[in-house]
Design a protein around this ligand. Structure first.
Ligand SMILES: [Zn+2]
Length: 380
């Protein structure tokens, strides 16, 4: 078995469901040490038990030049054992597929990063500048691993490849994401006198929900437009014969470049004004423990994009089109918080986040060749 496939299998065999990434982190660190690269651990502050580190490393060619970051996440989503046909923590080959948790998202990408680093550790004459490898935790939840690396200010690069699972195209732009809370205040009263007495917050919130759904969004030539979605409603009252006085609406909002927290809050406030609910509606960004992800897009003719596309064609004989992703991932953080041009491309598969997740060995092998070629083109 070739090394890249073995490392992919090893990683699938390690349960690194969110909350206990430690064994995958230790595996990555040990492999790096084995190739003479010093691993560094990074813990985010609320990981009190120290079970959720990210690992990062640097490989210096010893010659001045640019820096390429290769990054992927070591955590996976949960498994629902009763729906799996195979053991999710035992890579299982069936036909041309390999089944296991993380087989697609994204332990093949991690194996490719490790083997790319190993190749250049043994061929320092084939590049100048530096390679940085990051193996981050918590990507599937709040991306605390990557945000922690940003806070520690250790990661600087001129280019980044996010080895996330997408093989048929390279993502060069992502939408951003925000969440808002809209609190609608009515007035309590006895239901025997309603509607003369009391003002029903549920009815007001219903009007507000409808108005939010109809709000426009900005447009972007490639990312198209944003979304407004009222995701849940909380409130009303279980108090006997009482008109409900408070309701909370929770909103998911995808944004495109040009939209942000302020512009969205302004839209919500104006929607309330239009309904005559100015004094009855409060709007706020839903607080969360890590920042929200902002939208970005890098030019399709950026040298990083072209180098990756050329490498893909050399390896597969096919063209790799650019794509724009409607959601968010850690690429948003690299591009927006760190200002690193990033492409998102790596071995893929099927049933992502679902039962019976699988990946393809040929894609894991090809991506290794593609990453090595891309590094040589840009840092060679
Ligand atoms: Zn992923």
């Amino acid at each position: 078995m070739d090394t890249v496939i073995k490392r992919w299998y090893d990683l699938i065999s390690i349960d690194s469901v969110d909350g206990h990434e430690i064994n995958a982190a230790n595996y990555v660190a040990e492999v790096l040490r084995g190739m003479g690269i010093e691993p560094h651990y990074s813990y985010f502050p609320d990981d009190k038990e120290r079970q959720r580190p990210s690992v990062w490393c640097e490989l210096d060619s010893g010659k001045p030049g640019k820096t390429m970051l290769l990054i992927g996440h070591i955590d996976t989503v949960e498994v629902n054992l009763k729906n799996w046909n195979t053991n999710p923590f035992k890579p299982t080959e069936i036909g041309d597929k390999v089944y296991g948790r993380g087989a697609m998202d994204m332990k093949g990408g991690l194996a490719d990063i490790l083997c790319t680093l190993e190749y250049f550790a043994h061929h320092k004459d084939e590049f100048s500048g530096k390679l940085v490898g990051c193996f981050v935790s918590d990507e599937e939840i709040l991306s605390k691993g990557t945000y922690q690396l940003v806070d520690e200010d250790n990661i600087h690069a001129d280019y980044a490849i996010m080895a996330e699972c997408r093989y048929d195209n390279v993502a060069v732009g992502f939408r951003g994401r925000l969440s808002f809370e809209v609190i609608v205040h009515g007035r309590a009263g006895h239901t025997c006198r309603y509607p003369e007495s009391g003002e029903n917050a549920i009815i007001l919130a219903g009007k507000m929900a409808e108005a939010i759904e109809a709000l426009p969004t900005a447009t972007h030539p490639k990312l198209e437009k944003g979304t407004w979605c009222v995701r849940y409603i909380e409130g009303g009252t279980t108090a006997t014969l009482t008109v409900p006085d408070t309701v909370l609406l929770f909103l998911d909002r995808y944004v495109v470049p040009g939209e942000n927290e302020e512009s969205c809050l302004k839209q919500l406030t104006e929607a309330a004004d239009k309904l005559g609910l100015k004094d009855k509606v409060e709007v706020r960004l839903k607080p969360r423990s890590s920042p929200y992800m902002k939208s970005f897009a890098i030019p399709e003719d950026h040298e990083l994009v072209l180098a990756l596309q050329d490498s893909f064609t050399e390896v597969t004989g096919e063209k790799l089109p650019c794509a724009y992703d409607p959601s968010v991932c850690d690429s948003n953080i690299l591009a927006v918080s760190l200002g690193i041009p990033v492409v998102t491309f790596g071995p893929s598969g099927g049933n992502m986040h679902g039962d019976n997740e699988y990946g393809y060995p040929y894609q894991v092998r090809n991506c290794l060749d593609i990453y090595i070629k891309t590094v040589k083109k840009l840092l060679g």
